[in-house]
Design a protein around this ligand. Structure first.
Ligand code: FAD
Length: 336
């Protein structure tokens, strides 16, 4: 049994920064994440994208923000259970919690902070019969490292920002040797300037834009070799490709968290904005996973929520100790 002061479910940016704020109060944290690496959506969905609304950083790449957060919390020595999903939350007679993962790892603490973001998320997949045969053999649903596509022929499918942005990125950075963008409509759902950029690239011949079409078949021998694109008027086009990347978004699901006796609204955990506590005493929810009037799913809002949640966590863990706010500029991070 792993023992700690606070179990944090979710090692996205909000879970990570919560470790820092807890550390300032001398509270130890253990994080659990179903993904094999920390970072949540930033690592999983958009590691190379620039973020412009983190206070004090005019621009920061999502992956770099996670690296910085990891560095910032190092001093507080957080522990991690990675690659395992938290599946159950039980309460002991002493009002402590036991969180068990799908692999049977047990964690015990007086406080649980759920920073589960979108929950367990699954990519939306196109209905192609033999799709699963090519997963990780040429079919990917998320672009983790663009360099993976260096000098490759890539077919991207989708009509939203991800499909547009990655098309632009792979071409502008001279990564893929050939990029084709396939979309079943003629109009796109993304930002207007991204749409314009993609159109310009198509007109200049830098990408192949195939609209009113869908990828309907895959073939290859143990590895993707070509895709079949069905055009509404032109019929089937077979295109040689090393990679097929359908970017149709992710379906978020609370997963097991929905069964923990927490008040749920709009697929999120209802919280009290005083301290982001849930209806279960000692259980808090911060970041994208929670909901309250005026909620904004932004990283900086999650940072604030985690900061307030640990104040109440401290009061539950040390009911007889007074907690006085101290500035890091006065005491540094070790002085607390
Ligand atoms: C393309 C894109 C661009 C964005 N751009 C911006 C931006 O510019 N500025 C901004 O502020 N925000 C932006 N966002 C939103 C931002 O990414 C989220 O607000 C942020 O990731 C929320 O952080 P989080 O830590 O709450 O959750 P997440 O980052 O979602 O992390 C939650 C983690 O919890 C884990 N988890 C969930 N359930 C379990 C479980 N049962 N057991 C174990 N682990 C679990 C997940 O695996 C995940 O790693 C963007 C989002 C996207 C998709």
């Amino acid at each position: 049994m792993i023992q700690t002061d606070i179990i944090i479910i979710g090692a996205g940016p909000v879970g990570l920064f919560t470790v820092f704020e807890a550390g300032l109060l001398k509270l130890r944290c253990h994080l659990i994440d179903s993904l094999p690496v920390p970072g949540g959506q930033l690592t999983e969905i958009y590691p190379k994208k620039p973020i412009y609304d983190i206070p004090g950083f005019p621009i920061v790449n999502a992956g770099d923000l996670i690296d910085n957060l990891m560095k910032q919390i190092e001093v507080f020595k957080p522990q991690f259970t990675l690659g395992e999903s938290a599946v159950s939350l039980e309460e002991t007679p002493e009002n402590h919690f036991i969180v068990t993962t799908n692999k049977g790892t047990k964690h015990q603490a007086p406080v649980v902070i759920i920073a589960g973001g979108l929950g367990v998320f699954e990519p939306r997949k196109p209905p192609i019969e033999n799709l699963a045969d090519f997963e990780d053999k040429g079919v990917e649903y998320i672009i983790r490292d663009p360099k993976f596509y260096q000098d490759k022929r890539v077919v991207i499918s989708g009509g939203g920002d991800s499909a547009l942005d990655w098309t632009i990125y792979l071409v502008e950075n001279k990564i893929a040797s050939e990029v084709s963008l396939v979309h079943r409509r003629t109009s796109f759902r993304g930002h207007l300037d991204s749409v314009q950029k993609v159109m310009d690239m198509a007109n200049d011949g830098r990408i192949k834009l195939i609209t009113d079409a869908e990828v309907v078949g895959l073939s290859g021998n143990g590895k993707l070799h070509s895709v079949t694109i069905r055009h509404t008027t032109m019929g089937d086009i077979v295109k040689e490709a090393d990679h097929f990347v359908p970017l149709f978004g992710l379906t978020p699901s609370l997963g097991p968290i929905a069964d923990w006796g927490l008040e749920i609204e709009k697929n999120a955990v209802k919280v009290n904005t005083f301290d982001y506590s849930t209806n279960r005493k000692g259980v808090f929810a911060v970041g994208d996973i929670n909901t309250y009037p005026g909620k904004l799913k932004l990283i900086l809002c999650g940072f604030h929520e985690g900061t307030l949640a640990v104040q109440s966590a401290f009061a539950k863990i040390y009911p007889n100790k007074k907690n006085v706010l101290k500035y890091t500029t006065v005491n540094g991070v070790n002085g607390f």
